[in-house]
Design a protein around this ligand. Structure first.
Ligand SMILES: *[C@@H]1O[C@H](CO)[C@@H](O)[C@H](O)[C@H]1NC(C)=O
Ligand SMILES: *[C@@H]1O[C@H](CO)[C@@H](O)[C@H](O)[C@H]1NC(C)=O
Length: 338
């Protein structure tokens, strides 16, 4: 035997010795196992199963929750955009199906939403803004949302409504001269509100492919003021998602004219279309911006709570049902004065 062979043997010997040691340890462990069963596998295994199931279910729930929570937000119209018109077509919800035969040429067959910044002029917006500002200041809700309805005269006051035309000061605010506009060099009195309403009516008809004379102004059509004050009545809770046609069955087209600016005059208060798969499509109010949409289930929406400042808008609603039509507001106060 050479030295080297010896070394190899020694190594081998050593190796086999440790292996033997290991083996006997393993054996010992094997022998140890039978001692445990009383507390071991049989009892603990079902719990492990339960626990692992719980963890799995919780994990799935967490993922579902996270995904639903996360959703998605897309911007339909930003305040800084100046849009000729932006349109999104949608399939109509079933809400109108029953009415298609009753009001042909009026009930929407193609649904959707349109935003435009080019319909109403700055002057027209400014005049309407003043009416909203000064008119609502005559009353004002205790909560965050106040309205002024020039058709019925309803004005939020405290927790109730009063008739704005019964107020002396109203005459000053609804002075016809304020609403007068120049046309062809001739001074003619024209109720600005009516001009704007007519423009919107024609735009709605155009965009949704119906006759302008088949859609009628309906109620509620009103000015709104929203501010960061905690709600006092349900009327103040404008932020709940809703479908206009569910709230007012006779609605077919809803439009909004924004009278001041998101991010400048107020924060929060964005208009949100809530679409399938948790996708939110947001419209940031811009002074003079008109948003028009079909009033059915395809346009579930909400207004975000206003977090600071004051938001003003005019809601103009249309119906196909002549029986639900309302007349343009007349200057009741001006009658009093003459
Ligand atoms: C979508 O808008 C609604 C109403 O404002 C809100 O409750 C919801 O959290 C929004 N979802 C996403 C994904 O932003
Ligand atoms: C109103 O403003 C206060 C203080 O600025 C803020 O803490 C609160 O969240 C706001 N309320 C709403 C509804 O945003």
């Amino acid at each position: 035997m050479t030295q080297e062979e010896k070394k190899v043997r020694q190594r081998e010997g050593k190796g086999s010795k440790t292996e033997a040691k290991k083996y006997s340890q393993d054996q010992q462990q094997d022998q140890d196992v039978p001692v445990e069963p009383k507390f071991g596998p049989r009892v603990s295994f079902p719990y492990q199963k339960v626990w692992s199931r719980c963890v799995l279910i919780l994990g799935v729930l967490l993922i579902v929750w996270y995904n639903s929570k996360r959703g998605k937000e897309v911007s339909f119209a930003r305040q800084k955009d100046i849009l000729l018109s932006r349109t999104q077509n949608l399939d109509c919800a079933n809400d109108y199906k029953a009415e298609l035969a009753t009001y042909p040429g009026c009930v929407p067959e193609k649904c959707g939403r349109v935003v435009t910044d080019k319909l109403v002029s700055n002057t027209e917006t400014e005049v309407l803004y003043k009416i909203a500002l000064n008119g609502i200041n005559l009353g004002g809700s205790d909560g965050g949302a106040s309205i002024l309805d020039l058709h019925s005269g309803a004005l939020s006051k405290g927790k109730k409504f009063i008739d704005v035309y019964s107020l002396e000061q109203a005459a000053k605010i609804f002075n016809p001269a304020d609403f007068a506009i120049y046309k062809k060099g001739k001074f003619i009195e024209k109720f600005n509100y009516r001009v704007v309403k007519t423009k919107i009516q024609h735009a709605v008809a155009h965009h949704f492919g119906v006759d302008a004379d088949k859609i009628y102004l309906t109620k509620p059509t009103f000015f709104s003021r929203m501010a960061n004050v905690s709600a006092k009545t349900v009327h103040d809770e404008y932020w709940h998602p809703h479908i206009d046609k569910e709230t007012y069955e006779h609605f077919h087209y809803t439009s909004l004219l924004y009278l001041n600016d998101f991010g400048r005059d107020f924060d929060g208060g964005r208009f949100v279309f809530i679409d399938d798969n948790n996708v939110n499509s947001t419209v940031e109010p811009r002074k003079g911006r008109v948003s028009m949409f079909t009033s059915g289930g395809e346009n579930l929406h909400a207004v975000e709570p206003v977090t600071s400042g004051t938001r003003f808008a005019l809601t103009v609603s249309f119906t196909c049902n002549p029986a639900a039509a309302i007349a343009d507001p007349s200057l009741k106060t001006s009658k009093k004065r003459t």
